[in-house]
Design a protein around this ligand. Structure first.
Ligand code: MG
Length: 382
């Protein structure tokens, strides 16, 4: 269903009140502000409601607007000195009989709002989104305040929808207009209202920007990962657990230093954040990992987890070993691991270690090997 609509995004202002780059190019959750509106246009295109996107940009900045990733047919044109001039350029570039004219400073426009507006637009009728005023209003002239009845007052948002040629005519009339609806009414045309969306607010100053950032802040996400490891116990190897050398007649064998606690904990962390496991990231087939210090590998894993935006809330480790007796080593190992992991905001440790014997059963019970399980709970956002 193609119905003859162009989606015009006006992004030609200098938008300097926020400082730095023009507002429409500032990054909101890692994406330039204008792309949030362009995504709405893309959805409407995918659903068959609009045919093209016209992006009106400031002079000498066309290269800063990258439409890679969008499949909606699109044109980038340079706007004019004023908003009205930029809208006129957009209207002259657009090729379809009806237009949505939208301000790039309103990133939270929804396809739903657009569809309501498009449904209310006719051959001779425009449509704009209006929101009631919820605050009490006062008029201030010099130092004199008077009351304004708010019940008839509404604020106008964008997109605003019109038949294209008729809007061009209305904008060519003499005078200045704050928005297209004003020019349309000034030309004696009928304007319909659609209920606006308070979240479709316009970003103007620093407080608006903070509101926008708060709205798109990623939701808190919590995950748990599991790690497991087993290593044979042999004479003639040092026993290294959690980065500490432990007095023992037997040690664990492996390509690296075989620190089974660091291995299990590393795999739990990697699993929680969805990264490949320890053996894939630091392959035993590579000579440089012969005798590797697994405590340093754990430090590298924690750095990777951090880079992905996650932090460890709690790790619980269970080591199963028949020999040697390890009860006295629990605290030193937890302290050593805490040097890497850090403490929680209240200064408490974030790792727990339990040691169990093999009950003389199976390969652990006969001191052929040790086994270790670890669970890591991580958090992102929030
Ligand atoms: Mg291992």
């Amino acid at each position: 269903m193609r119905t003859g609509w162009s989606f015009i995004i006006v992004a030609a202002g200098q938008g300097t009140r926020l400082g730095g780059v023009p507002k429409q190019l500032r990054q909101l959750r890692g994406e330039p502000l204008w792309t949030w509106s362009a995504r709405c246009a893309q959805v409407l295109f995918d659903e068959g409601f609009v045919e093209e996107l016209v992006l009106v940009v400031p002079a000498k900045m066309t290269d800063a607007f990258d439409l890679g990733g969008f499949t909606i047919p699109a044109a980038i044109v340079v706007g004019g000195e004023t908003r009205a001039e930029s809208v006129r350029v957009g209207l002259e570039t657009a090729r379809y009989p009806f237009v949505l004219v939208h301000d790039a400073a309103r990133p939270f426009v929804t396809p739903n709002l657009c569809r309501s507006l498009m449904n209310s637009t006719g051959k001779d009728e425009g449509a704009v989104p209006l929101c009631p005023v919820n605050d009490a209003l006062k008029k201030k002239v010099a130092l004199d305040l008077s009351v304004i009845d708010r019940h008839d007052i509404h604020v106008t948002q964008t997109p605003q929808c019109f038949p294209r040629e008729a809007l061009l005519k209305a904008l060519r009339r003499p005078g200045t207009f704050l928005d297209e609806g004003e020019a349309w009414l000034g030309a004696g045309k009928k304007l319909r209202m659609v209920e606006g969306d308070r979240l479709n607010f316009k970003i103007t100053d620093a407080a608006d920007w903070r509101l926008a950032e708060a709205l798109v802040r990623e939701e808190r996400e919590i995950r748990t990962g599991h790690g497991f490891d087993v290593h044979p116990l042999v004479p003639s190897r040092p026993l290294i657990l959690g980065g500490l050398v432990i007095e023992s007649p037997l040690g664990l064998s492996g390509h690296s230093d075989a620190d089974i606690i660091c291995h299990a904990l590393s795999d739990a962390l990697l699993g929680a954040v969805g990264l490949p496991d320890l053996g894939t990231l630091y392959p035993a087939s590579q000579e440089r990992y012969r005798g590797a210090d697994s405590y340093s590998l754990l430090a590298d894993v924690i750095r990777r987890v951090d880079q992905e935006g996650w932090h460890l809330l709690w790790a619980d480790i269970t080591l199963q070993a028949q020999v040697p007796r390890l009860a006295g080593w629990i605290s030193p190992i937890v302290d050593k691991l805490s040097e890497l992991i850090g403490l929680d905001p209240c200064g408490r440790r974030r790792v727990n270690l339990k040691v169990k014997s093999g009950e003389k059963v199976g390969p652990v019970g006969s001191a052929s090997c040790m086994e270790c399980h670890a669970l890591a709970t991580v958090q992102r956002g929030g």
